[in-house]
Design a protein around this ligand. Structure first.
Ligand SMILES: NC(=O)c1ccc[n+]([C@@H]2O[C@H](COP(=O)([O-])OP(=O)(O)OC[C@H]3O[C@@H](n4cnc5c(N)ncnc54)[C@H](O)[C@@H]3O)[C@@H](O)[C@H]2O)c1
Length: 413
């Protein structure tokens, strides 16, 4: 491998675009290749790389070709959930057959749609002998990590470890048809967004020098899901109008609201609780991420919409709808928050920097696919709890073959 890590992006959609922006803050690496089904988005993303000076990527339609490109040292997998297994198989086949050499692979959240798929992905990657990273950006978010480091160092060191984490992620609904379809995405908002919130909760409750998989042992999971907005007849019609007949919430709805309470036992034998709330039915300025951590003599709070800057547009200002102020923006008038550098605020920049450094050094990143698999187990236990209307004891939870009703298209809210 050269001094600089050559990164290949597999997929050229929404999140690939965020990675390109994030690489502005990444040293010692370039985006050297991009693969996608749509030549137009691949070309636009490659142009953006050149414009931002984060690389001069070659473009491919075939995943195998990208992996065989000698400039590619590591790949970022950003294809949709329903093609996660086949995408990873195409990559690892190149490596195990000796046609390509890689120093690492990073995979977007959620790792997969089910525990069975998550295990398959992990086994293929470990079978190919590759270091692996789980692209869970929120555990790299600077505000979260700075505040976490402070409360653990100043608060927990004096008064004892924290006992309650609350994490929330809400917006008004996803940006592509496949997210809305339970079978393709693996569920609704619980799979799509609670993967972030359960991992952020686990992260906050774990000491900065601790190992999450060692520090926190789940004891029980209790969750519920609902369709609060998008099965209302007018909104079900709106989904069909927006995304086509495949997104039919009268026939096959997915949850647009989920809450979960996960109880843990710490390595020191104390109880800790993580609450998570997620929704696709929040209409506010835009994407809202909320974090709280409570301990015996201290607390932490962060919200992505408490921004450093706001703008105001009077009713005389009528502009085109856009997402230039904040992701999933819902309005263009009134008092509006501005997230100045979304790639940094949401943690993509620090995440990509960390992954590049780990792969360049030939070591495992701090967030691996073992974390991704663990999160998938938590999420499937949440679906099981919601389906059966009971608290699931962690030790008795057998979710290896579990497929949520929402993903099967049989859920009736
Ligand atoms: N970390 C985050 O905050 C975050 C945010 C958004 C999405 N994601 C994750 O990233 C992944 C991609 O999401 P996205 O929003 O970029 O999706 P997207 O639909 O915008 O982009 C997906 C890309 O994969 C390509 N693709 C390859 N095979 C495909 C197939 N069979 N069907 C459809 N597309 C195919 C598409 O052409 C496109 O380039 C998902 O796993 C999603 O959960 C993570």
């Amino acid at each position: 491998m050269a001094d600089r890590l050559g990164v290949g992006l597999v997929g050229s959609g929404f999140i690939a675009d965020f990675h390109v922006q994030a690489f502005v803050g990444v040293r010692d690496a370039d985006i050297v290749a991009i693969q996608g089904r749509n030549p137009g988005t691949v070309r636009r993303l490659a142009d953006a790389c050149r414009e931002l000076r984060v690389g001069d990527p070659s473009t491919y339609s075939d995943v195998g070709e990208l992996v065989r490109d000698p400039r590619v040292d590591a790949v970022w997998v950003t294809t949709p959930n329903h093609v996660r297994v086949e995408t990873v198989r195409a990559i690892t086949d190149e490596v195990t057959s000796g046609r390509a050499r890689l120093a690492g692979i990073a995979v977007e959240k959620p790792l997969a749609r089910t525990v069975a798929e998550a295990k398959e992905v992990l086994e293929m990657i470990e079978g190919a002998g590759l270091p692996h990273g789980y692209l869970e950006n929120q555990v790299f978010a600077p505000a979260l990590n700075r505040a976490r480091e402070l409360v653990w160092r100043r608060g927990a060191a004096v008064a004892g470890p924290p006992y309650l984490a609350r994490c929330a992620e809400e917006h008004s609904g996803p940006h592509r048809a496949w997210f809305w379809q339970g079978a393709m995405q693996g569920g609704g908002v619980l799979n799509d967004m609670m993967c972030h919130s359960v991992e952020a909760g686990r992260h906050l409750l774990t000491p900065p020098d601790g190992e999450r998989l060692m520090w926190l042992r789940p004891t029980s999971v209790n969750a519920s899901i609902a369709s609060l907005k998008w099965t209302r007849p007018g909104y079900a019609d709106e989904l069909i109008r927006r995304w086509g007949p495949e997104v039919d919430y009268r026939r096959a709805p997915a949850e647009d609201y989920a809450r979960a309470t996960i109880t843990y036992l710490t390595a020191e034998g104390q109880q800790a609780v993580a609450e998570a709330t997620t929704s696709w039915s929040y209409v506010g300025a835009g994407l809202r991420l909320g974090f709280e951590l409570l301990g015996p003599e201290y607390s932490l709070a962060a919200s992505s919409l408490d921004t450093e800057a706001t703008v105001f547009f009077s009713r005389e200002v009528r502009g085109a709808a856009g997402e230039d102020l904040v992701e999933k923006q819902n309005a263009e008038q009134g008092l509006l928050p501005v997230v100045a550098d979304e790639a940094a605020t949401y943690g993509y920049t620090e995440q990509d920097r960390h992954m590049v450094r780990a792969f360049g050094d030939g070591v495992m990143p701090a967030e691996t696919l073992h974390d991704g698999l663990f999160v998938t187990r938590l999420l499937m236990s949440c679906y099981l709890s919601a389906q059966e209307g009971r608290t699931i004891a962690w030790d008795s939870a057998d979710v290896d073959e579990f497929v949520p009703e929402v993903a099967q298209g049989t859920w009736r809210p």
